[in-house]
Write a protein that binds this ligand. Structure first.
Ligand code: SF4
Ligand code: SF4
Length: 263
């Protein structure tokens, strides 16, 4: 994406800019150009006599536009394409150093701070408000939920696929048989040996591999069939469960639901 589409990803595909528009208000800290200080912009003449009219601090070098990864001119105000990388702040500060003007013509500020000339302390005091506290609590909630879900994560995944070609068939021992494919992924950093069990109908049993060894970060597919006596369940679909459990670690287990068809 970044290689082929480049800034088009930032402008049109990245959700950050869209979020910004929704969450934004006049007290939001943004990358701002100070027009009162910068305008009227223009290149400096070598002598004071050559300078026809007094100019603001912006020397119109356009370096802030050249360094901008999304190619916008921040002097036109905040735009949806701005990804707040602050490259224009650094570039403009270097220009200000060279021309002998104070840094901060482009700086972190807010719309209200620029319009009402807030001091730094006033800017900070306006950052703590209901909206930011609410967003901070939502973010904290998301972080806690993520940490909790990572701590609960089991490094084992199982997908059970029924053989769609034959719903059920009568085996040579008179029992009814359904065929399944179990795709088992060991996402742990060490190999594991798993046992495969089945439950859900009285007397249900597995015909095929009951033990499988899977190396670290690998997966395998096991084909097996389950058999029951014809009178054990109801006609049609019956709910059953495959349980895959690591031999060496009881907590490493997954119970997957599927169906067993009885004619
Ligand atoms: S880098 Fe600074 S001085 Fe140069 S054009 Fe941008 S705002 Fe003006
Ligand atoms: S912060 Fe980055 S994206 Fe935004 S205007 Fe400045 S250079 Fe461009």
């Amino acid at each position: 994406m970044a290689g082929f589409l480049r800034e088009q990803v930032c402008k049109y595909m990245c959700p950050y800019a869209r979020f910004q528009g929704v969450m934004f208000d006049p007290d939001t800290l943004i990358i701002s150009y100070d027009p009162e200080r910068g305008e009227p912009r223009g290149a400096r003449r070598k002598t004071a006599a050559g300078q026809a009219k007094p100019l603001g601090d912006c020397v119109d070098c356009r370096i802030c536009v050249q360094v901008c990864p999304t190619g916008i001119d921040i002097r036109r105000g905040l735009q949806l394409e701005c990804i707040a990388c602050a490259a224009c702040i650094d570039a403009c500060d270097q220009v200000m150093d060279k021309v002998g003007s104070p840094r901060g013509l482009i700086r972190y500020s807010t719309e209200n701070a620029l319009a009402k000339h807030y001091t730094a302390r006033e800017v900070v005091s306006h950052l703590l408000r209901t909206r930011t506290l609410l967003y901070a609590s939502i973010l904290l909630g998301i972080i806690l939920a993520t940490v909790w879900s990572l701590s609960q994560r089991i490094p084992l995944k199982v997908d059970v696929l029924r053989d769609r070609s034959t719903l059920s068939r009568e085996a040579d021992d008179g029992r009814i048989e359904n065929v399944y494919r179990l795709h088992i992924s060991n996402t742990d950093g060490v190999p594991h040996r798993y046992s495969i069990g089945v439950s859900g109908i009285d007397g249900i049993d597995i015909v095929g591999e009951r033990l499988v060894e899977i190396p670290a970060a690998s997966s395998t597919t096991v084909a097996l069939s389950a058999r029951v006596q014809p009178e054990s369940g109801k006609k049609g679909s019956n709910q059953i469960f495959f349980e895959i459990r690591a031999i060496t670690d009881d907590k490493l287990a997954i119970r997957e639901k599927t169906s067993f068809f009885l004619p």
